[in-house]
Ligand binder design. Structure first.
Ligand SMILES: [Zn+2]
Ligand SMILES: [Zn+2]
Length: 235
């Protein structure tokens, strides 16, 4: 969300940081300037690399410290997505937003919904709860990744929270029989609970949980539940 030249932010930063007698003001101001122009939702390490490219050879510690100061004084905000490192973005006071995070390409999409905020207030109020802040992160698969994804995927490639129908086994009859003995058969709908990508996968069929090794999970082909605008069975 970078639609203005951040004149307000820069002026207030100058005023506040000088009034608070924060050291190395000029250096920190350079960091702010590049930060406001950069992509949003970057980690301290990613920003460090950007500053370096811009000729700002500050230490990692100085960069992190400055980002944290900017956060403290309300010029930056940081979010952790799926327990990752904090990702910084400018804090624009009158522009709140929430995030959608793609589990495949890690793209972060911002959105704002007045209806959603009103609903949250309403729900909080119904519990006699006074809402101060809220955080809404939606995890899923972005439209681009959905387009690139083929209809059948190995179960090993399905994401946590995803639902898919088992269509095919690649390991021959014996493998299929083995799966059957575990209660995993064609036409069954599975929901992925945990998938670390390389190792074991935990999934549920109805209310049964089962664990599949990654080798096996690559031999099970499944059709993910249709995403938006993508009807089940369409090409
Ligand atoms: Zn994506
Ligand atoms: Zn954001």
């Amino acid at each position: 969300m970078r639609m203005n030249s951040h004149i307000q932010e820069k002026e207030q930063f100058k005023k506040l940081f000088q009034k608070e007698r924060i050291d190395r003001f000029e250096d920190r101001f350079k960091i702010l300037d590049v930060f406001l122009k950069s992509d949003t939702h970057l980690t301290s390490d990613e920003l460090f690399e950007i500053f370096k490219k811009e000729g700002l050879g500050f230490s990692r510690d100085f960069v992190t410290e400055t980002l944290e100061l900017m956060r403290f004084y309300g010029f930056a905000q940081a979010n952790r997505f799926q327990n990752g490192s904090p990702r910084y973005e400018p804090l624009i006071l009158d522009r709140r937003h929430d995030h959608m995070v793609c589990a495949k390409c890690r793209k972060i999409i911002e959105f704002h919904s007045k209806a959603l905020e009103d609903l949250q207030m309403e729900i909080a109020a119904a519990h006699g709860f006074h809402m101060l802040q809220h955080k809404m992160d939606i995890y899923g698969i972005c439209s681009q990744c959905l387009k690139e994804r083929s209809d059948l995927i190995p179960l090993a490639r399905a994401r946590a929270g995803e639902t898919a129908t088992i269509e095919k086994f690649l390991g021959g009859r014996r493998f299929e029989a083995r799966m059957l003995s575990m209660g995993i058969r064609r036409g069954e709908t599975v929901r992925i609970i945990t998938n670390r990508g390389e190792g074991q996968l935990v999934a549920a069929v109805e209310n049964r949980r089962f664990v599949i090794g990654s080798k096996m999970a690559f031999k099970i082909l499944a059709r993910p539940e249709a995403g938006p605008g993508k009807q089940r069975g369409s090409a």
